[in-house]
Design a protein around this ligand. Structure first.
Ligand SMILES: [Zn+2]
Length: 628
């Protein structure tokens, strides 16, 4: 059931819809759920366009400048603009009445640990725009500032933003809710030896003055506003795709991700036009805490997926899929994250099937589902619900495998029941209908009922859908894809374990990374150290340069308390900051009290190079281990 929102008149709804593309509920639809994670009064007044004027100050680790909000009143009586901020220094606020700027009052409330500080700006009735002069602080949760030593080239500093879920407010005073959309322009100044870039329209050329302009003509939710700066160069890959990165990654990334154009074309065939003109990739330094971030026109990508053999490019398919689910059709609140990530994981897999074939797509499904089944065992039951309750909590807590893989499985279930053709038609219609709009779970359920359940009756009941969306864990009839390739791997593993097959006869030469991951992830828990040594001698797993294989192998060895891999483990944990790859290693080490000295030593060395988000997660693990 949707929470009650403030009364909004029909006229206002039309305004919101026209100017901001918040979804206009159809007759049967409910009002959008209220976003608990914003202080902003977005139901009374909205920002339609932003202009950022920022200087990147690497010495002080600050963005300094101003943001101008073009405003539109929904409630004509509104006399305040309330914005979200976190750890910002606000110097001055001004309002524009159509002829001149004048100073106006503001107050900054005490800091809430989740939502940050409410910025309340007095608004005369004549105000058309509001300008805020401010700077971010070095501890901004949405920015990471890297020393030259932490980059590939080691000569220039690097900085980048990560605004999802609610970190945009740590570098822009803003109405920070995914229910809202804005267009923006920006002027960014840096030292001329550095190049800034934003997820927007831009000129790829460097200039001598260090002053760059950006424009985002499509309205986007604020969590997609993104900036980076560093020794960033450019290499075009195809008519719509290019790589931005330090020169050190330019060639290898262009090779690794050369199928991106084919992925765009495959997705367009399935789900309609790509609406963002270009799709470029920014390769970040290895401390980037995520695999990728789907910033529109310019996804931010970890270098840990440059494997040399395109084995991990489903990550690109994932970020690209967000150009339809998430960036185009957005979750209205962070409770509805599954609408974003679940659809994206499903679309990602369909792209992989189109470009790389069914065998690989099924292997990737099976691996993801195995991971989810392992993960849910340790989650609080409430967090295994798709329509999760996160009021009072940091929305970053919602980013488990549940919205991704359980969400994907729900769509696989619908595809299975309604048939691919009908389901593809439904999805395409959904992306068209809600393009550039936000939708919450209850409104999605109404749409689903109208366009699928009732249209093809007696295939799926409302109760079944309710089980998927509002009940914990996985329904009994959840899809369970079986991969013939994995069955073969399992046979070989069983034979080797039973000593019916010698290690050098395991037919691994033809194995892909996926088959290797299946093999490693499914080794028996009680396997002996001698058998692990046998594998390592034969396949050099400790030295694997594939970061996913290395991760799986190191994790097994931690659980077996095999200190022979410690040097490699330390190197891995210090050089990579991607949470998915390092957090399970810390967790496993901290589970074993005999490894505490080792893990403390590693973390002391690694922590300064990690992103604030990764630091926060791992600090939490240490705290928990201490209190045990
Ligand atoms: Zn995603």
């Amino acid at each position: 059931m949707a929470q009650q929102t403030k009364f909004i008149s029909i006229i206002s709804l039309i305004f919101i819809s026209l100017y901001l593309s918040i979804s206009l509920p159809s007759v049967a639809a409910a009002k959008l759920d209220t976003d608990w994670h914003t202080y902003s009064n977005y139901q009374d007044i909205i920002t339609t366009n932003l202009h950022l004027d920022l200087r990147v100050d690497f010495d002080k680790k600050q963005l300094v400048g101003s943001v101008q909000h073009q405003i539109k009143r929904i409630n004509p009586k509104v006399d305040q603009l309330i914005l979200d901020t976190r750890d910002l220094d606000v110097h001055k606020t001004e309002v524009y009445d159509g002829t001149q700027w004048s100073t106006t009052q503001f107050t900054l409330s005490e800091r809430d640990p989740v939502r940050g500080s409410k910025l309340t700006i007095t608004l005369p009735s004549s105000a058309k725009s509001v300008k805020i002069f401010y700077n971010s602080r070095p501890e901004a949760s949405g920015l990471q500032w890297l020393k030259p030593i932490q980059t590939a080239g080691k000569k220039h500093p690097f900085m980048f933003s990560q605004s999802q879920a609610i970190h945009a407010r740590s570098w822009i005073p803003i109405q920070d809710t995914p229910a809202m959309r804005v267009t923006y322009t920006a002027t960014v100044k840096t030292d001329p030896s550095i190049r800034p870039i934003m997820a927007a329209k831009n000129d790829p050329k460097w200039n001598d003055e260090g002053v760059y302009s950006f424009e985002m003509p499509q309205a986007i939710p604020t969590y997609l506003i993104a900036i980076a700066a560093g020794n960033i160069h450019y290499k075009k890959m195809s008519k719509q795709t290019a790589i931005y990165s330090e020169p050190e990654y330019l060639e290898s990334a262009a090779y690794e991700f050369s199928d991106t154009q084919a992925m765009i074309e495959a997705t367009e065939k399935l789900y309609g036009p790509y609406r963002w003109t270009d799709y470029d990739l920014l390769i970040l330094p290895p401390s980037f805490p995520f695999g990728g971030m789907e910033n529109p026109r310019l996804s931010f990508i970890t270098p840990t997926v440059i494997a040399g053999d395109k084995s991990l490019v489903n990550l690109i398919a994932h970020e690209l899929a967000h150009s339809w689910s998430g960036n185009l059709v957005t979750n209205a609140t962070w409770r509805d994250l599954w609408i974003n990530e679940g659809f994206t994981s499903y679309v990602e897999n369909r792209i992989m099937e189109e470009v790389f074939g069914k065998k690989r797509a099924i292997m990737e499904q099976a691996l993801a589902i195995q991971d989810l089944k392992k993960e849910v065992v340790d989650l609080p039951e409430g967090d295994t619900i798709l329509h999760v309750s996160i009021e009072g909590r940091d929305p970053d807590d919602a980013f488990s495998g549940v919205p991704y893989t359980k969400g994907q499985m729900f769509l696989m279930f619908l595809e299975e029941k309604f048939g691919r053709q009908n389901f593809d038609k439904f999805l395409r219609g959904y992306f068209d209908k809600y393009a550039f709009k936000s939708i919450d779970t209850d409104n999605f359920l109404i749409y689903l009922d109208q366009h699928l359940l009732s249209k093809y009756p007696n295939k799926v009941s409302k109760e079944e859908v309710n089980n998927w969306i509002k009940q914990p864990m996985l329904p009994a009839n959840a899809p369970n894809p079986t991969s013939d390739a994995f069955n073969q791997v399992q046979k070989n593993m069983d034979a080797w374990l039973a000593n019916d097959l010698s290690v050098d006869r395991i037919p691994s030469k033809s194995w892909t990374v996926h088959e290797w991951l299946y093999f490693l992830n499914n080794l028996p828990k009680d396997i002996s150290l001698d058998r692990l040594k046998e594998l390592d001698q034969q396949f050099m797993l400790t030295q694997s340069t594939n970061n996913e294989i290395a991760h799986a192998w190191l994790l097994i060895n931690i659980k077996k308390n095999n200190s022979a891999v410690d040097a490699r483990l330390e190197d891995y944990m210090v050089s990579i900051g991607r949470r998915k790859l390092i957090v399970p290693l810390y967790r496993a080490l901290l589970d074993d009290s005999s490894r505490h000295n080792f893990v403390k030593k590693v973390y002391a060395k690694a922590r300064p190079g990690y992103h604030p988000l990764a630091q926060g997660t791992i600090d939490g693990l240490f705290k928990k281990a201490k209190s045990k």
